[in-house]
Write a protein that binds this ligand. Structure first.
Ligand code: PRP
Ligand code: URA
Length: 210
């Protein structure tokens, strides 16, 4: 697989991302924008799905047309902030199953701490889209993907909205087989491992905490 990260610089995504970054955007609009961006990212991340030919009767004639074939999908958000992207994905792919991985970053070390993991029983038969708006140090994404691979999954894509160079490098070297999609590659991490300029704490902005 060509593992070069895909940066989604589509004008609709970039426009919506501006609202996400704006500190004056409230939680309702923030959630709506994350859902819409996830929907647009899903469109790009599923570009390589296999199709098969079928026939349907239109009111006029028989049409030779196509439906999605082959392996099924699962979406796995990393809690909490990844939850914000789920609706956008399952709106596009209603048959996708959804697993959940709970992780938070220890405020002292910025290392991920796992607190929950519930994945579909047949996840090893599915193509998996891992969802998290923020890729900062990359620790949460790398550990979450380790958990998913431990369940026998061989086809994984990682969808984030903003990535830092540090996290992108760590994820690429740790999981070179995982295709990464992001809407923006930002500048750097600050001393607390927050993305600059970023959008702040994604979980807090989605759920109105803090
Ligand atoms: C955020 C974000 C990622 C993680 C990214 O979660 O949603 O999961 O940080 O940082 P990393 O790349 O350095 O691991 P957070 O730990 O703030 O938990 P929350 O979503 O529950 O607020
Ligand atoms: N988690 C966030 O929510 N934002 C950051 O900038 C880094 C980690």
């Amino acid at each position: 697989m060509d593992n070069k990260p895909v940066i989604l610089n589509h004008p609709l995504i970039q426009h919506k991302l501006t609202f996400l970054r704006d500190k004056n955007t409230g939680s309702k609009e923030f959630r709506e924008m994350i859902t819409e961006i996830a929907m647009l990212m899903c469109y790009e991340a599923t570009r390589d799905l296999e199709l098969e030919e079928v026939e349907v009767e239109t009111p006029m004639a028989t049409a030779h047309t196509k439906v999605i074939a082959g392996r099924k999908l699962a979406a796995v958000p990393i809690l909490r902030a990844g939850l914000g992207m789920v609706d956008g994905i399952i709106n596009m792919i209603p048959a996708a199953k959804v697993g959940h991985i709970g992780m938070y970053r220890d405020p002292e070390t910025a290392k991920p701490v796992e607190y929950y993991c519930k994945l579909p029983n047949d996840i090893q038969e599915r193509d998996v889209l891992v969802l998290d708006p923020m890729l900062a140090t990359g620790g949460s994404a790398v550990d979450a993907i380790n958990l998913i691979k431990d369940r026998g999954v061989t086809s994984i894509k990682f969808l984030c909205i903003i990535a830092a160079p540090e996290g992108l490098r760590y994820l690429l070297t740790s999981h070179p087989d995982v295709q990464i999609y992001c809407a923006a590659l930002d500048d750097h991490l600050d001393d607390h491992k927050y993305i600059i300029p970023g959008l702040g704490d994604a979980g807090d902005r989605i759920f109105g905490t803090k």
